[in-house]
Ligand binder design. Structure first.
Ligand code: NA7
Length: 480
């Protein structure tokens, strides 16, 4: 708060949040409020799983079908299918034979109670961190199975009063505009200094200051060579480690969660925010199993068998194993290009988009919150608002021209990908497998899926291209 909300005055005018980082119950209420104000329900089919979307060449329209039997026809198609929606459930041997309760975090069993139980969590990403904080306080015994630890920063949670929000709302137009025009969707100035530009005393002061601010400040205000200099990255990691050392006091657990030799470069994988993660890990009922020392061999009827022969018994196992991120949803809804080829086959050898908004061969189709845009590196709302406005801008131009359709050229896509890859070259990102580059899902092609130069540059570049409809082919209406 206040940056993770829609920049729509009618929506924020009558809404106040309770906390700096609102919880899921509050967020659901907020979404219901948005629905009420904007009357979204009127235009929505619920429980509708799209399984086919095809372009009708003669009508110049999309036909969209759902598993439940809905059929819709539209001139424009917008795939707003989300970024972290398709669960990644690894093919664990013996999983189906396990007789306890098992579910992925994204299919949470609302009736589940960890009270009095022996529970396992597989995964230590943002979800694993949050689940550890909650389940560690409830379960009799909790064991967390960790392949790579997360480098977490403190959330800095606090309550908000309705009064302070009321006072602040005058500035929302300016604040939310600044967020939109920033790098990561939060209006911070960034850091124009490299690590070696400053003395070690100044570094300590700066790190301590940004650390104390909580949230993503430590990462967002890191020295500008964090992603290009191994030394700067190492120093940023070691300061982080020194902070964790004051909280995770069990030495064996500390060595797994904050090892002296870092298993991947700092911030080249999403940094989770935590509240009392390290205190919960200290608890005697919470255990950490390092999967690098002995890997998971199989599920058994009662639990998990490890490669060193250790057998654990659990009442429940929660899979916090992440998602087939960014492309997982849109490649599984049966959307086909004008030649009838499914998007998942079009992208079999790698993702191609134009500006992360359109895909060549798919006329009049737009993909906000998409691959090849700043999407996973930014606060979600500003990038969604930017991409939706860019799509609307293109649509408006088509309508003004009275044209039938618009489509990105293949050359423009290739140029976009070359630009995207050039931004990543020389950075530390390619060294790390993550959901940002798809390497965390077995069989998925590893490629950077994010445009790393931030929203401000992204939007400016897109606007310049759209201005002259550069990189597009427009099909005019038939002459009468
Ligand atoms: P993440 O961040 O992708 O984390 C998934 C975790 O699951 C991560 O610790 C993985 O270890 C672990 N994982 C995945 N597959 C396995 C297998 N086969 N064995 C053991 N461990 C495994 O997903 P989250 O749901 O936590 O968070 C997703 C985003 O939601 C988050 O970044 C925020 O933006 C919100 P690994 O690190 O790959 O070694």
């Amino acid at each position: 708060m206040p940056f993770y909300q829609l920049n729509i005055p009618e929506v924020y005018r009558d809404w106040t949040f309770l906390e700096r980082f609102p919880g899921h119950e509050e967020l659901r209420k907020y979404i219901a409020h948005v629905d009420k104000i904007l009357d979204l329900r009127r235009d929505t089919y619920f429980h509708a799983r799209v399984n086919d979307a095809s372009w009708d060449k003669s009508a110049n329209r999309w036909t969209i079908k759902t598993q439940q039997g809905h059929v819709a026809s539209a001139k424009y198609l917008i795939l707003g299918a989300g970024l972290l929606h398709r669960a990644n459930i690894p093919d664990f041997p013996g999983l189906s034979g396990y007789q306890g309760e098992v579910f992925h975090s994204a299919a949470w069993n609302e009736d589940f109670s960890a009270k009095g139980k022996k529970v396992a969590i597989i995964g230590a990403g943002s979800t694993g961190v949050q689940l550890t904080e909650s389940l560690g306080k409830m379960a009799d015994e909790l064991t967390v199975f960790v392949r790579r630890p997360s480098y977490c920063c403190a959330l800095g949670q606090r309550s908000l009063t309705a009064y302070e929000q009321h006072v602040m709302k005058r500035f929302y137009p300016v604040m939310l505009k600044a967020a939109r025009e920033s790098h990561a969707g939060f209006p911070v100035t960034g850091n124009d200094k490299a690590l070696d530009d400053v003395s070690s005393e100044e570094r300590e002061r700066h790190w301590s200051y940004t650390w104390d601010q909580g949230g993503f400040s430590y990462g967002m205000l890191a020295y500008k060579d964090l992603f290009r200099s191994k030394e700067a990255n190492e120093a940023t990691y070691q300061y982080w480690r020194s902070k964790v050392a004051t909280r995770l006091i069990d030495p064996a657990k500390f060595e797994i969660m904050a090892p002296e030799h870092k298993p991947y470069y700092f911030l080249t994988k999403r940094m989770p925010l935590e509240q009392d993660y390290y205190e919960v890990l200290n608890q005697s009922n919470v255990h950490i199993h390092d999967l690098n020392k002995s890997s998971l061999k199989s599920f058994t009827k009662k639990g998990l068998l490890m490669s060193n022969g250790t057998e654990y018994e659990f009442d429940a196992v929660v899979l916090a194993t992440g998602f087939d991120s960014i492309t997982g949803s849109i490649t599984r809804i049966g959307v086909k290009n004008k030649h009838g080829v499914d998007l998942k086959d079009v992208w079999a050898d790698g993702i191609t988009t134009y500006m992360g908004i359109t895909v060549s061969g798919f006329p009049n189709m737009f993909v906000p919150y998409s691959p090849q845009a700043p999407t996973p590196f930014t606060n979600a709302i500003p990038i969604i608002e930017a991409q939706v406005e860019l799509a609307v801008d293109i649509i408006t131009r088509v309508e003004r021209a009275g044209a039938k359709s618009i489509e990105a050229t293949r050359d423009a896509e290739i140029e976009w990908k070359t630009h995207l890859n050039a931004l990543v070259e020389g950075t530390l990102f390619p060294y790390t497998d993550s959901w940002w580059n798809g390497a965390d899902v077995p069989g998925k092609k590893k490629e950077m899926m994010a445009y790393i130069a931030g929203i401000k540059h992204y939007e400016a570049k897109c606007r310049a291209n759209i201005e002259g409809l550069q990189g597009f082919n427009m099909v005019a209406r038939d002459k009468v």
